[in-house]
Ligand binder design. Structure first.
Ligand SMILES: [Fe+2]
Length: 203
């Protein structure tokens, strides 16, 4: 599983992994199941040219990486098939106070690259399909909602279930994309993982 930075990770630790390995894609777990992609890279995945740009457009340390953004704007239009970002394009939704959400810089990047598919996260709700020229864009739901939030004192997700609409499926032949909403998804749950035991049992 490849992933981009959001706005809640230990970014210094992730950067240290990239520095130590001198690589743009680095495993973050003992099995190499989860691999972080540094911002601004284009990697072939299942025959698709996939561009990755994490972080969000906001002043401060979570702001989009300027050089990574420049590297992707230097790719010719049509040069990538899929764009994966954490933030979404400007105008995609409204927050609880009615403010417009999304990143103007990402909207410009989508308009420039015109990937067949754009996928984002960050706003916790599924949103899409939205069309931007030749691009169809989707936002995914939060993968696992927290047990409680500061706005919702009642337990939101006590069993730590995977959220419907947090995973999408791309048919690389047809370009068709669908959210996974199936019943079985709710059976994927829990927060008790004995990683050390798992490593000991399999090594
Ligand atoms: Fe986020």
């Amino acid at each position: 599983m490849l992933f981009v930075s959001g706005n809640h990770e230990d970014h210094d630790w992730l950067a240290s992994l990239h520095d130590a390995a001198a690589a743009e894609v680095v495993p973050v777990d003992p099995f190499g199941a989860y691999r972080h992609v540094a911002c601004g890279n284009v990697i072939e995945v299942a025959g698709q040219r996939v561009a990755f740009l994490g972080l969000i457009e906001a002043p401060g340390k979570m702001d989009l990486d300027e050089s990574a953004y420049a590297r992707l704007t230097a790719v010719e239009p049509g040069g990538v098939d899929v764009l994966v970002t954490h933030d979404g394009p400007y105008g995609m939704s409204l927050d609880r106070r009615g403010n417009v959400q999304g990143s103007a810089k990402l909207a410009r990047l989508i308009e420039h690259l015109q990937p067949r598919l754009h996928v984002s996260g960050h706003y916790h709700h599924p949103s899409g399909p939205r069309r931007y020229g030749d691009t169809t864009s989707y936002a995914l739901a939060q993968l696992v909602q927290p047990k409680v939030t500061r706005w919702e004192p009642e337990p939101v997700n006590p069993e730590q279930r995977v959220t419907a609409g947090s995973i999408g499926l791309l048919d690389t032949e047809t370009g068709g994309f669908e959210y996974i909403q199936d019943e079985w998804l709710a059976d994927v749950k829990g927060d008790a993982l004995d990683l050390a035991g798992l490593v000991a049992a399999t090594h």
